[in-house]
Design a protein around this ligand. Structure first.
Ligand code: NAD
Length: 231
């Protein structure tokens, strides 16, 4: 298991043009979360929900990874067994930057999942074909996204991935969905990088706090990790 864990949220993709929940004037101000990504939406608001994720895939096709994604990919290529990447993001910007084995805790936008048997199917950035059914069981597909109020099966792997962690980096997460503070208390070094303090994060438990854009903070973060790896 990796000694360095990089845990990210929507903030790392903000500079690529994907808005976070908290951006003013951003995407999420235009939609009510409870109508398009809450458990049950697919039964009472199916077409709007599917159309929302079709639009997210289309948007994803139009953006590119930023220098923070690329710097993390370079670091992981140098220390393949010692750098683990965990993200709450459903975008594929880490993959496109060249990162490997990314743990997506909340699903993956370019992928559909059978509502009946759980089989997955990559559709890239295309629209979900509404009549397309699972070849294994005939079930219907849904976006492979964990909605609020649904179980998140990948959380189990979060604990596994944190097992040997000595250096934890959090980038672009408000801590409202997943609380990482307790992990920060148990590692040797922890760095938090967000634009501003969050009510859901106790910044005092982190070794270093960087209130900067991820693309500005990433060089310092990588230098600190390099020093740790060599020391
Ligand atoms: P959040 O919106 O709650 O918080 C975003 C955090 O990022 C804030 O603390 C903010 O200070 C910070 N931030 C914003 N711009 C930044 C930048 N340029 N550099 C560094 N930090 C920056 O996001 P969250 O904690 O990830 O939780 C919300 C949920 O939203 C997650 O489950 C995630 O799946 C989902 N989400 C994902 C995407 C995506 O896949 N790109 C986009 C929006 C929301």
């Amino acid at each position: 298991m990796a000694r360095v864990v990089i845990f990210s949220g929507a903030g790392i993709s903000a500079e690529s043009g994907l808005s976070t929940f908290r951006d003013t004037g951003g995407l999420w101000e235009k939609y009510r979360i409870e109508e398009i990504c809450q458990a049950g939406c697919l039964s009472w608001n199916r077409e709007n929900t599917l159309a929302f994720y079709d639009a997210r895939r289309e948007q994803l096709a139009s953006v590119t990874p930023n220098t923070a994604h690329y710097a993390i990919a370079k670091l992981q290529a140098k220390y393949p067994n010692d750098v683990a990447i965990i993200t709450q993001n459903v975008d594929d910007l880490f993959e496109r930057a060249g990162c490997k084995d990314i743990l997506h805790l909340h699903g993956f936008l370019p992928r559909l999942r059978c509502e009946q048997c759980g089989a997955t199917h990559l559709i890239g950035y295309t629209k979900q074909e509404r009549t397309f059914t699972c070849k294994n069981c005939g079930g219907s597909f849904r976006p492979d996204i964990v909605f609020f109020g649904e179980a998140a099966p990948m959380y189990e792997h979060l604990y596994d991935a944190m097992q040997d962690c000595q250096f934890l980096v959090i980038i672009g997460s408000s801590g409202n969905v997943i609380d990482m503070d307790h992990f920060a208390l148990h590692v040797k070094v922890s760095i938090l990088n967000n634009l501003e303090p969050s009510d859901a994060i106790n910044e005092r438990v982190y070794t270093k706090v960087l209130h900067q854009k991820a693309t500005e903070a990433i060089d310092e973060i990588v230098e600190d990790i390099e020093r740790f790896m060599q020391g």
